[in-house]
Design a protein around this ligand. Sequence first.
Ligand code: DAH
Length: 373
Amino acid sequence: MGEFIEEVERLKQAALAGLRTARDLAALEQARVNYLGSHGEFTALMKQLGALAKEQKPAAGKAVNAAKAELETALARRRGELDLQAALPKEPADFTLPGRRRPLGKLHPLTQATEDIVRSFRKIGFAVADGPEVEDEYHCFDALNTPADHPARDTQDTFYLATPATPPNLNPNLNLNPNLNLGLYAAPPAPPSPAGPLQDPAPRLLLRTHTSSVQIRVMKNQAPPVRIIVPGRVYRRDNADATHNPTFHQVEGLYVDRNVTVGDLKGTVEFVFRELMGPETRIRFRPHYFSYTEPSFEIDFSSALTRKMDKEWLEIAGCGMVHPQVFENVGYDPEVWTGWAFGFGIERIAMIRYGINDIRLFYENDARFLRQF
Ligand code: DAH
């Protein structure tokens, strides 16, 4: 009996040493199999219990069970230690190294310029309206008092689609920061064009040449007064060079109410350009021609930015008082309603603000360029 218990103790000590000194998980498993596995030494000892005399069994059983519990505890502890060791880095760590930085993305300079423009106009109560980039000829030209034979169409040649016109969908691609509350105003698709001299039996689809088309969509769908701006992408049949690209971006503005004057127009333009180009900015109007406004003007501005470019005045936008024919076309009474409209290019604003000399840089997605803004 004493011998048996001694043997339990001896084997326990050997097993404990084997388990505690196992150098890795494989060695630990080997030690477990050697002692506690179904053919292990300790298991074999337990099988001998049955051969002992009846009165010896309780003490021997107790000793074996206590030893087994001890071995299992040692096994679990060593397994925990080795698991942790396996999870630790193999190479020594240098805690003095600088941390890994995640490069922060940035908004595209055109998006930044657009958001600045939108923010300025929102300060004075303008809502953002949206319309389709695939437009029909009626909204892009005819309703804006520019019929097919009008020479103004030549300067805005564009890409026509082979598909016959179905009402175009709204453009969801404004690309504005969703965190800015822009109060986005989505003009619903216009009802079929009214019968009348302007109606084209098979209106052709085209890529819009300006965001002025959205003027028509908004006015046809809401009663005056109207106070909107329309940022968006436009298309022209132009060859790309330092100042032209077949795709670019514009902001259109439209204000309709009773007794609106050129003074309102000038005051608004001045406010916004001072917000965008600095408080010293001056603006001037030069007479010009647009078929959808009368009178019409080109807007020049002057600021530290233009002087940096060795110019006192730089042309920046077109504008005018909404032509009575345009009001007729959307069903507003031109005897009651007056308004102004303007349009300008967002690329041009961004180029002047940031001193960029080639428009194509905006579209190349070269991170070295984009990182600077
Ligand atoms: N649509 C013109 C263009 O693309 C810009 C413009 C000029 C818009 C005069 C207007 C305006 O609303 O009144 O060049």
